[in-house]
Design a protein around this ligand. Structure first.
Ligand code: FAD
Length: 425
């Protein structure tokens, strides 16, 4: 049994992922019920793919706003038109969580609200998906290393009738004043202002909710201590600039789900879980490393930041810069390395199988028996040449002649083959 502390996007995605592999799951949350505020507003292409693999994307693409550009004082600085339908979806985090709860319920799991985890002992497996102030992390004695990036940041969701196009992010600059506006579905604007500023381009009809907070960059010193693991905000926090927080948590959850399922089902030794931190720590570290300086330059008032901004905005208009920024934000370029990323293009996302959400063996059927014996549910795709084994998260695990597959599986799984019934929800 895996117990998950926290029914935010990370914990819910992990619970769905584990259930899809037939693992018994308990998910508890300290709150009295689901959060209703929007918080994260961007579902990056990678986040949408994770939800699709979990069967939880639902109608979100239809309800979302698709961003076409970023405008600075009205002029297009970043054109996202080249993405067509593959760009960021602007949806409320509350909607994402709702779709995940629906999916989890269909998989037979109910969330236990009003149930804070108060100890890290006594569990078979405990995963702390309990957010930035994670009690699990603290009780496990894992440090949260980092620093404060910005002291006073104001975020508001408002109803307002401003004369601005609703397919763009708008950055408004006026001397030392600065505000960023994001269009949200349901005719809402997200207003983000550094230094607690309240400058807007016109009157506000009503405030849906607002939150003043401090931006930190922190990462847990370890993602695992024995049978206790961390994922999502409990493992890393950073600036909301770039809309990476929820998406990185969804990616953690998916990466952990199939590995933990193999371990819980006795198909792999617990050492397989070391690859979870090895693969996911660099992804969050990159987000911390890129969003921190960008936040300091883009959001800080003052002459130095203003001068840097004036230098940097023209760079944003270069197509090569735009493509790199958008690609990095999409998280589709995440590439893993290590024992689960073997052969040419090993560790890269395989677009052809990115939506399957199950192990895929692409090659002659000769490797299928051994793959199913070791991994359980495996989909077969006939293909000439080398055999490819694609992970449930859509990355290439292994490429080679099929007669070598068994030896590699023995090595990475670390336990002898024990035939088990295949389970898949
Ligand atoms: C105001 C605000 C604005 C944000 N804006 C953005 C944005 O624009 N873009 C972006 O990408 N990200 C944004 N984020 C960050 C984003 O919301 C998080 O990255 C995301 O929620 C992380 O999901 P999570 O499931 O890891 O943690 P959370 O969503 O924090 O969920 C943690 C859950 O654990 C529960 N919990 C806490 N303690 C316990 C306990 N002891 N036992 C059991 N349960 C417990 C909590 O009740 C909560 O339900 C924002 C966050 C905030 C607060």
């Amino acid at each position: 049994m895996v117990t998950i502390a926290g029914a935010g996007p990370t914990g819910l995605a992990l619970a769905c992922g584990l259930r899809q592999f037939g693992v018994d799951v308990r998910i508890v949350d300290a709150a009295s019920g689901p959060a209703t505020t929007s918080r994260a507003l961007g579902l990056q292409p990678r986040g949408a793919e994770v939800l699709a693999r979990l069967g939880a994307l639902g109608d979100l693409p239809d309800k979302a706003i698709r961003l076409r550009s970023l405008r600075i004082n009205g002029a297009v600085a970043l054109d996202m038109g080249f993405l067509r339908d593959a760009g960021q979806l602007i949806v409320s985090q509350a909607w994402v969580e709702e779709r995940l709860r629906d999916r989890l319920s269909a998989l037979g799991v109910q969330i236990e609200w009003n149930t804070p985890v108060a100890s890290v002992s006594g569990w078979d497996w405990l995963v702390g998906c309990d957010g930035a102030h994670s009690a699990v992390r603290k009780m496990a004695g894992i440090a949260f290393e980092g620093e404060s990036v910005m002291e006073n940041f104001l975020l508001r969701d408002v109803h307002a009738r401003w004369d601005l196009d609703r397919e763009s992010i708008h950055v408004l600059l006026d001397g030392p004043r600065m505000t960023t506006l994001f269009p949200l579905p349901s005719d809402i604007w997200r207003v983000m202002s550094p230094d607690g500023g309240r400058w807007t381009p016109g009157p506000i009809d009503s405030v849906v909710w607002e939150s003043a907070f401090r931006i930190h960059r922190r990462q847990a010193a370890a993602y695992r201590r024995g049978n206790v693991l961390l994922a999502g905000d409990s493992a890393h926090i950073h600036s909301p600039l770039g809309g990476q927080g929820m998406n990185t948590g969804l990616g953690d959850a998916e990466n952990l789900a199939w590995k933990l399922a193999l371990v819980v089902q006795g198909r792999a030794a617990p050492a397989l879980l070391d690859t979870y931190e090895a693969e996911r720590r660099p992804v969050a570290a990159r987000v911390l490393a890129t969003t921190t300086p960008a936040t300091r330059v883009a959001m800080r008032p003052g002459l130095v930041s203003g001068a840097l901004r004036d230098l940097m905005w023209p760079l944003l208009t270069l197509p090569v810069v735009q493509r790199r920024l958008v690609r990095a934000a999409s998280q589709l370029d995440v590439r893993y390395s290590g024992p689960l990323a073997v052969g040419r293009r090993g560790g890269q996302r395989v677009p052809a199988f990115a939506r399957v959400g199950r192990w895929v063996l692409a090659g002659p059927a000769t490797g299928l028996e051994v793959a199913r014996e070791r991994l359980g549910d495996v989909v077969h795709h006939e293909r000439a040449g080398d055999t490819l084994l694609v992970r449930p998260d859509g990355h290439l695990a292994w490429r080679g002649p099929s007669e070598r597959l068994s030896a590699w599986l023995n090595e990475v799984l670390g336990v002898p083959a024990t035939p088990r019934p295949t389970t898949r929800s």
